[in-house]
Write a protein that binds this ligand. Structure first.
Ligand code: ADE
Length: 264
């Protein structure tokens, strides 16, 4: 009998909300390996190898339900080893500027409030509000971000007329709202002063991954500062720069992940 001596590595799930946020990942996957696409629950799941890492790449679409449903499918239908989410976010922290990158160490759903039955932000019956990213994945993502910015940050900053980007790590908050006023972002800052970035998916994925003991990590490039200029800034950043960030960060991260999964 022909029994393989080493079990094939389980794939990494790579997720974004919108196509621009995946950068060139699907093109690189098609160029480097045979890609098999499965359609499930109105989403296409692309299975192949990219930058040396076996991956399942898909688009969640926008919002917490979409993200949770997609994370659940990645875990149950594709048996992923871990999930990484890439995309843009609004800057909330006082030092977080457009063009900076935030790696989530902890994630929280800012629109969850079942008080007085449960404390504000706590997920009912789960006994927690905050979900930790996997420490090793988050460190590897932050390292990939640092290298990307050291090598390509100045050119990117010139293209969008921003300061040289920086990498931040800390709390990322998620909710089913596009935050686009000084008042709304101010309210989030006073409730959650340590929040660095706001988006619409990360903490939902972190909750699903927590419930199934699957490691996850979230990386977000800051497209806007969640104020009155947010929608215009978001749209131009998405069209002009989001893809370059994801391409540069994922290329570096996946090359390291592929080497590590090959040696497991
Ligand atoms: N994603 C990018 N910018 C955002 C914002 N201002 N609010 C919510 N999600 C976002």
């Amino acid at each position: 009998m022909n029994v393989p001596s080493v079990a094939p590595a389980r794939p990494l799930g790579v997720l974004a909300a919108l196509p621009e946020e995946l950068g060139d990942l699907l093109a690189a996957m098609r160029a480097g390996s045979g890609v098999v696409t499965h359609t499930l629950g109105r989403r296409d799941y692309h299975v192949g190898t990219v930058h040396g890492a076996p991956c399942v790449v898909t688009l969640a679409r926008i919002g917490k339900v979409a993200a949770a449903a997609t994370a659940s499918a990645l875990i149950h239908a594709f048996d992923v080893d871990a999930i990484v989410f890439t995309g843009v976010a609004g800057g909330v922290g006082p030092d977080v500027r457009i063009g900076d990158v935030v790696v989530g160490d902890t994630l929280l759903q800012h629109d969850m409030n079942a008080s007085p039955l449960f404390p504000c932000f706590e997920i009912p019956l789960l006994g927690r509000a905050r979900f930790d990213a996997d420490a090793m994945l988050a460190a590897a993502l932050a390292d990939a971000c640092e290298r990307f910015i050291a090598e390509e940050g100045a050119a990117l900053a010139a293209r969008f007329n921003t300061a040289t980007p920086r990498v931040h790590r800390g709390l990322v908050i998620s909710g089913d709202q596009f935050v686009a006023s000084a008042q709304a972002v101010g309210a989030l800052r006073s409730l959650l002063p340590e929040a660095l970035a706001v988006e619409m998916e990360g903490a939902a994925i972190a909750q699903v991954c927590h419930e199934y003991d699957v490691p996850c990590a979230v990386v977000r490039t800051i497209s806007d500062t969640a104020d009155e200029h947010a929608s215009a800034s978001f749209e131009s950043f998405l069209a002009e720069l989001a893809g370059s960030y994801s391409t540069g960060i994922l290329k570096r991260f996946l090359a390291g992940y592929g080497r590590a999964s090959g040696s497991r």
